[in-house]
Write a protein that binds this ligand. Structure first.
Ligand code: ASC
Length: 153
């Protein structure tokens, strides 16, 4: 095995062991309250764009391909952001303590959501309502699954 192959494999293995995910990891939060504010606000903004796509997918709003494309693009970016704000020691808000006790399970939910949001964003960007409809339900299901397990009402 060449050194290059070896170092590529070693990098991939350490990334896997560290649980590197599809999520952005661009910030460190100095204060717990900032982490809580960040994740709540990121999730709120995301829910507005997600809701716009949902309204079109469910026929509550008229389909507008340009709007779907823009909201799909915003959603794809936003979907990766909140998870970095659930770091160690940032318990609070509506989060159940289980997030930190079952971090692997939580990360799994987050990664599934990011994957489905990516598919929904891609579907929205096709400008095809049928594709938007097909991708919306599975994405909404990943929101709900994580909320049911990890969010206080
Ligand atoms: C939203 C939103 C959620 C999810 C969830 C999907 O738009 O704010 O929390 O969708 O209702 O089941």
């Amino acid at each position: 095995m060449s050194y290059k192959t070896f170092s590529t494999l070693a990098l991939a293995l350490s990334a896997a062991l560290m649980g590197v995910s599809a999520s952005a990891d661009t910030l460190k939060f100095g204060k717990t309250e900032d982490a809580i504010k960040y994740r709540q606000n990121a999730l709120f903004v995301m829910s507005q764009h997600f809701g716009s796509l949902g309204a079109m997918a469910n026929g509550r709003a008229e389909f507008n391909a340009d709007l779907a494309k823009q909201n799909g693009a915003v959603l794809e970016t936003l979907a990766t952001l909140p998870w970095q704000a659930f770091g160690g020691g940032t318990e609070g808000g509506k989060s159940k303590p289980e997030i930190w006790k079952e971090k692997t399970k939580f990360d799994d939910h987050a990664n599934k959501f990011v994957a489905e949001a990516g598919k929904l964003g891609a579907a929205a960007k096709t400008g095809d309502l049928a594709q938007l409809k097909a991708a919306f339900g599975p994405a909404a299901q990943t929101c709900k699954a994580c909320h049911d397990a990890f969010r206080n009402r």
